[in-house]
Design a protein around this ligand. Structure first.
Ligand code: NDP
Length: 483
């Protein structure tokens, strides 16, 4: 058994009371590593260290802070192949997706490195003569970060980079399914010119260390990405302390395919939106709302293309879709396949467990046809390589169907009509809208977030992140009269 990789707390690598194994979902015989779990006392140490470090960090000069973020970003980009392999090995996404995610994570850091030099305030006139008003942003303080397994590097990066850029300290609990990427990012941060305790890695279970972090009165803010039930619990835990919250949770994103759309574009965007990351994305295209004028041709082409997808080991050449992340997630997916059929949808292809040379959590990508928007498979987030085709008679019906959900993260339309595209952009009730593009795969310099049950609190990414990671201060100065 390899030595356990440790938590990074108060500037030191610490062993904890127990350990977990990190096995590849592509091959459960492949043990990537063993990782320690933090104790509640160690979490407390991390929180106290973060408080002390935050004051020191906020007082650093801008260029010194900027250099730290640039170094982290540049190292991530330079090591994208190596760290992408680690990410793909532990999470299961194909090598190209893992590499791309690590590179993108680096870009989050270099983008926020630049933002450090762009933290401008405002000076305005007071309604009172002789008084000057300044409005500026200050760090919120100590930020708790709880991240999920589906983007093991990018989600932590888009939370930790702005947290640091705006002058905060971080206590970070990553998902226990993907400790390798978390440890690698913490290791890069540990070599930077930062105060001890500025970023603390506290690997541990969600119900234990995660819950304790959410409940702690020692954090000023909590940023979370994951499931709605856990999000609700975090909100309840945060409320007694009035902890500032930012949460990204599930969704049920729809891609509307119009009769005037390009069929090849529609199929290509669907395959990307529905099956990249094995469909385990909060922006996945899990409802395909298809105009009757293009329905049959679209379904035929989509089903053929889906059947042709190569499912395999994340690190194998040619793999287009890797395994599902875990046995329990695979079990849930297969249950949804049964439920969907039981409620009247027809499985046109896929949706079955696959046996491979390596024992892993493989399933074939599946397409339901003859689905309706009131079926449970159309209303709940499945987080699976499954998508539902819902036939509609008009653009108006398509738009109404897209909006008929309690979620509201992302939506898209495939159309060659400028008028329909413009109308859709105005009327889709989601935080992100795409035209002739997949519903997932966003830029890093613009806001990301949703409506309804999908998100809670201020947007992530781009300059919008300042809203969550800072607090505003308004100062009034009586200028007086010169002698
Ligand atoms: P969870 O919401 O359980 O996990 C997300 C993070 O929260 C993990 O770090 C987890 O830790 C932690 N966590 C779990 N329980 C608690 C708790 N009580 N208090 C504080 N933190 C906690 O997601 P799952 O991994 O179980 O995935 C289940 C479903 O969630 C998916 O099928 C999908 O529908 C949705 N999901 C959505 C994501 C998104 O991007 N919007 C991302 C991931 C999941 P740990 O895992 O170590 O126990």
């Amino acid at each position: 058994m390899p030595d356990a990789k440790r938590n990074f707390i108060a500037g030191e690598w610490l062993e904890g009371p127990d350990t977990i194994e990190n096995r590849s979902p592509s091959d459960i015989g492949d043990l990537e590593g063993v990782y320690t779990q933090a104790s509640p006392e160690q979490l407390d140490t991390a929180l106290d260290a973060a408080r002390a470090a935050q004051a020191e960090w906020a007082a650093y000069g801008l260029e010194r802070k900027q250099a730290v973020l640039m170094n982290i970003g540049n190292e991530l980009m330079a090591r994208a192949d190596e760290l992408g392999e680690l990410l793909s090995r532990e999470e299961g996404k194909p090598r190209a997706e893992g590499r791309g995610e690590v590179y993108r994570s680096g870009q989050h850091f270099t983008y926020y490195a630049a933002e450090i030099l762009r933290q401008l305030g405002q000076t305005v006139q007071s309604v009172r003569p002789g008084v000057e008003v300044d409005i500026k942003r200050e760090p919120v303080g100590v930020v708790g970060v709880i991240s999920p397994w589906n983007f093991p590097m990018a989600i932590p990066a888009w939370k930790i980079a702005p947290a640091l850029a705006y002058g905060n300290a971080v206590v970070w609990k990553p998902a226990n399914l993907v400790p390798g990427s978390a440890h690698a990012l913490a290791e890069i941060i540990s070599r930077q010119d930062v105060p001890d305790g500025l970023v603390n890695l506290v690997m541990g279970s969600g119900g234990g260390i995660g819950q304790a972090l959410a409940e702690s009165a020692k954090i000023d803010a909590m940023t979370f990405t994951g499931s709605i039930p856990v999000g609700r619990g975090i909100a309840a835990a945060a409320l007694p302390n009035m902890t500032k919250l930012q949460m990204e949770m599930g969704s049920k994103n729809a891609l509307a395919v119009m009769d005037d759309g390009d069929l090849d574009v529609a199929v290509a965007m669907t395959l990307n939106g529905a099956f990249s990351g094995t469909g385990q994305k909060c922006t996945a295209s899990s409802r395909l709302v298809v105009h009757q004028g293009i329905h049959d041709a679209f379904v035929e082409k989509l089903v053929d293309a889906t059947k042709a997808m190569k499912v395999g080991h994340a690190l194998e050449e040619g793999t287009q879709m890797g395994p599902v992340v875990s046995e329990s997630q695979l079990g849930e997916n297969l249950d949804w396949v049964e439920k969907g059929q039981a409620e009247g949808a027809e499985l046109a292809c896929g949706g079955a467990r696959l046996n491979m040379p390596h024992e892993g959590y493989y399933m074939s990508p599946g397409v339901f046809v003859n689905a309706t928007n009131d079926m449970a498979i159309s209303r709940e987030e499945l987080f699976a390589p499954l998508t539902n085709v819902i036939k509609v008679g008009s653009y108006e019906e398509a738009l109404a169907t897209v909006n008929d959900t309690r979620f509201g993260l992302s939506s898209g339309i495939i159309t060659s009509s400028l008028a329909r595209a413009a109308h859709f952009k105005q009327n889709a009730r989601t935080g992100v809208v795409t035209v002739n593009l997949p519903t997932g795969g966003m830029d890093y310099h613009v806001p990301f977030g949703g409506r309804g049950d999908s998100s809670y609190g201020p947007r992530e990414q781009g300059q919008a992140a300042a809203e969550f990671f800072t607090t505003m201060k308004t100062t009034y100065t009586a200028a007086g009269t010169p002698e």
